[in-house]
Design a protein around this ligand. Structure first.
Ligand code: FES
Length: 380
């Protein structure tokens, strides 16, 4: 029967038809002739069929276990917290991100391979021929809707999924665990409280640039490649138009190798010390309330981009622009580090600096605002 031969049944006849009849009718109306529609497992319950079923279930099971491992890792308390290279637990911390990637990857792989294998081994591979025709732009009729539904039901029926409880259960485990992981991924970051640090100096509002006790002097320290070297900066160490990344140094850290190196691994310590050329320094626009944050031609800005926290490491001497390579934000060093291009919307925090009695560059206080990207509790 083809579309020319097919007779449209009356409504009463249509209501009486079972799925097989609707299937044939739908094909005929569309000019589709099913040439071959073999059942992949004509003899039910063979060992080969059971083996194929277990093979599919195994992949779904792998997806489930990997998905659950991903969720557990994501929610495990404190394992995600940054550890400096020399600190205790660094090895396990270094495995955290790879472990997240591997477990999520395995969950997706397991689910994908399971679906592919099921399609390959259990869904009948029909061979059909269809006449070409133009639908004429008319909407679907009742017959079309019914016959299409019959086609879909038939596909579900012939896939034999209804009687394969092992595959259904393992697929539910795999899909459920993966779905749970995908929900946990954005939600987990909201349930970890960043304000539970016992030491207030480590919260988002403070950096090691602040004095540890009254009278504590915080020097600008150069990084030489050896984290135990203590090289402090004097104004004459930087040429006009130059930029150098500096870190805080407290006299109390002099004989503490752990603290001396830890300061280089913190995300809130790097500061760009810029010495403007005299002709550029004359054009500087200062931020209200921060008019004395510079020392002559020397300006110090946090190196942490206010977009999402990459190091804004590039300073273009000719234009006095600070560039963040991550998403191309640009900040104007002559205009209190305010953003002039790219996605960043806040100025780079400026560190108030001066020169100590012994001629070294020092910080006058901590930053007056949090460094880095925005977070809910900050006002600016
Ligand atoms: S992190 Fe700097 S532009 Fe995005």
């Amino acid at each position: 029967m083809n579309s020319k031969d097919a007779r449209e049944p009356s409504e009463a006849e249509l209501a009486e038809m079972d799925r097989d009849q609707l299937l044939k009718l739908g094909g005929a109306l569309d000019g589709v002739e099913i040439v071959d529609y073999p059942d992949p497992w004509p003899v039910k319950g063979t060992r080969a069929e059971k083996r194929a079923e277990r093979g599919v279930a195994l992949w779904f099971l792998l997806a489930g276990l990997a998905g659950l491992a991903f969720v557990v890792l994501l929610c495990w308390p404190d394992v995600w917290r940054y550890k400096a290279p020399e600190a205790e637990g660094t090895f396990w911390y270094s495995l955290y991100t790879p472990a997240l990637g591997v477990t999520l990857g395995l969950a997706i792989l397991g689910l994908g391979v399971g679906i592919l294998l099921y399609t390959k081994r259990f869904i009948p591979h029909e061979l059909a021929v269809q006449e070409r025709h133009d639908g004429g732009g008319e909407g679907s009729s009742e017959i079309d809707r019914k016959t299409i539904v019959a086609h879909l039901e038939d596909a579900g029926h012939r896939s034999t999924i209804a009687r394969r409880s092992l595959i259904k259960r393992s697929a539910a485990l795999g899909g459920g665990a993966l779905g749970l992981g995908l929900v946990a991924l954005p939600v987990a970051s909201f349930i970890k409280n960043p304000w539970t640090e016992p030491d207030p100096a480590n919260t988002l509002w403070h950096t090691p640039w602040g004095p540890e006790h009254p009278g504590d002097v915080v020097y600008l320290r150069r990084y030489t490649g050896n984290s135990h070297d203590i090289v402090l900066l004097r104004p004459e160490d930087l040429d006009a138009g130059g930029m150098e990344t500096v870190f805080p140094f407290h006299e109390s850290e002099r004989n503490d190798p752990e603290k001396l190196s830890a300061v280089f691994n913190r995300s809130d310590t790097p500061v760009m010390l810029i010495r403007l050329r005299p002709e550029d320094a004359a054009r500087v626009v200062k931020r209200q309330g921060q008019e004395d944050f510079n020392f002559g031609e020397y300006y110090a800005y946090s190196k942490i981009c206010t977009h999402v926290g990459c190091p804004a490491s590039l300073f273009e001497q000719r234009t006095n622009r600070i560039l963040c390579p991550c998403h191309q934000s640009q900040f104007d060093a002559l205009h209190y580090g305010k953003p002039i291009f790219g996605p960043a919307t806040r100025a780079l925090p400026q560190l108030p600096i001066t020169v100590s009695a012994d001629g070294y560059l020092v910080a006058r206080s901590d930053f007056v605002e949090p460094v880095g990207p925005a977070f809910w509790e900050r006002k600016s």
